[in-house]
Ligand binder design. Structure first.
Ligand code: PRP
Ligand code: ZN
Length: 286
């Protein structure tokens, strides 16, 4: 059987959809319908395991999976021997302290001698130590947000993304412990063949991510202002300039970064550019 790279992704939760989308954007199609724990790619040497995100670092440390997609929060909590190879730009959230909406919280001294429910005991303990607070950590494995309401805890530490889970449970976010996003992790020592497949995957992944931040731009420019206009558009090498059927005009093609986008458009207009078209780029190979 040919070698396959084994990737572990979250089986349900905040990272699930985006993890699948990332593979799809990399041109990897998954077979479906076999079972929900495991599948394989149709057109790439890859096997996919669907697991609880909290368990993924352990599976990667044990080389049951070669690579995995998890939140940085899980990596920091679990402290496993895995290597982070790429930030993925999705699943952005924070690990925060929350208390009942009506609690008089001024600063973290509020937590002194209180009971805190969390699925992140290691990170909470570190936070308490740094702030010289003694509190009781109550580790639970899920539905942390209901703990204060049922008298199980005075405060919680949990992930917050939109904040709607806290809001629906009558809680307010009072302290941020850390910020997190999804990352790709790998076993520190992969076999030669797995390593080669991982490099192919990383190449695709970086091309897709780079393209997301870049737009393709086409515009018409009067020839006498071409120099000024092309100077605003560095392009990948340099802009493409083609003559238009109408004398005295050229078509200019280039790429621009999303963060400079509006600023450049304004300058292009001021320099006499017309008929400006902006189109998304699907992949960008550098
Ligand atoms: C996290 C967290 C909350 C929710 C917060 O769960 O435990 O339930 O997200 O998001 P919100 O601020 O947008 O409401 P996650 O998806 O990580 O699932 P898990 O706890 O089962 O790992
Ligand atoms: Zn989780």
């Amino acid at each position: 059987m040919p070698t396959r790279l084994k990737i572990a992704i979250q089986k349900s939760g905040r990272l699930y959809e985006d993890s699948l989308k990332l593979l799809k954007d990399c041109g990897i199609d998954l077979k479906n319908g076999i079972n929900k724990l495991k599948t394989e790619a149709e057109n790439f040497p890859m096997e996919v395991f669907f697991l609880r995100d909290d368990d993924i670092p352990q599976y990667v440390e044990d080389a049951v999976a070669d690579i995995g997609i998890v939140g940085e929060n899980v990596i920091l909590e679990k402290n496993k021997k895995v290597t982070v190879c790429e930030k993925l730009g999705f699943g952005k959230c924070r690990l925060s302290v929350a208390v009942g909406r009506n609690e008089p919280y001024d600063d973290c001294r509020f937590l002194h001698h209180k009971k805190i429910a969390t699925t992140y005991p290691v990170l909470v303990e570190k936070f308490l130590k740094e702030n010289k607070i003694e509190a009781e950590i109550h580790e639970i494995s899920g539905s942390v947000e209901i703990a204060p309401g049922i008298g199980l805890a005075d405060a919680i530490v949990d992930l917050v993304s939109s904040g709607s889970t806290l809001f629906m449970n009558g809680l307010k976010e009072v302290e941020t412990i850390l910020h997190s996003e999804a990352v790709l992790i790998r076993h520190p020592k992969l076999g030669q063949e797995q390593q080669e497949i991982l490099e192919k995957l990383l190449f695709r992944l970086r091309s897709v991510r780079k393209a997301k931040h870049t737009k393709y731009i086409l515009l018409n420019a009067p020839n006498e202002r071409l120099k000024e206009i092309t100077a605003l558009l560095p392009g990948m090498k340099s802009p493409t300039v083609l003559p238009l059927a109408e004398a005295g005009w050229s078509s200019v093609h280039s790429v621009v970064n999303e963060d400079q986008f509006w600023e450049i458009i304004e300058k292009l207009k001021a320099a006499g550019a017309q008929g400006i078209l902006v189109v998304p780029i699907e992949k960008m190979i550098l």
